[in-house]
Design a protein around this ligand. Structure first.
Ligand SMILES: [Zn+2]
Ligand SMILES: [Zn+2]
Length: 126
């Protein structure tokens, strides 16, 4: 009987370190911890920027880590820019001055009713 050679698929675990910074661990490797790389993504264009692996660093290739992140992003299994706010903050809404002119932009917290002109100000409101 001839042993069948199985196609080697690399199995990556993703860990979002920070928005746009994805840590990949190659779980198909014997020592996964020795094969951890970080792929960074531009937060404006959402383009893949770089990977910390030797293939990318030394040869500037589009490595399989970047490809894996791209695939996972495209099929929706990975959210590289997880929202830090939860659903309680809605908006932004437009606020009007007393003469009906557009005055400011605000974000209300659905839970406690607080309003802020900076979304970040509501992060700790309740
Ligand atoms: Zn890489
Ligand atoms: Zn609140």
């Amino acid at each position: 009987m001839v042993a069948q050679k199985r196609a080697q698929t690399e199995q990556f675990a993703f860990d979002v370190d920070a928005p746009g910074l994805i840590q990949l661990t190659n779980e198909s490797h014997d020592k996964p911890a020795a094969h951890q790389y970080t792929v960074s993504i531009d937060d404006v264009t959402e383009d893949l920027m770089a990977c910390t692996c030797p293939h990318h660093v030394h040869r500037n290739v589009f490595c399989n880590h970047m490809a894996a992140v791209e695939n996972a992003t495209n099929d929706g299994t990975l959210d590289v820019f997880p929202s830090e706010d939860d659903d309680r903050i809605s908006g932004p809404y437009t606020g009007y001055g007393k003469y009906g002119t557009v005055d400011h932009t605000y974000w209300p917290c659905e839970d406690c009713g607080a309003e802020a002109t900076r979304k970040g100000a509501l992060t700790d409101c309740c």
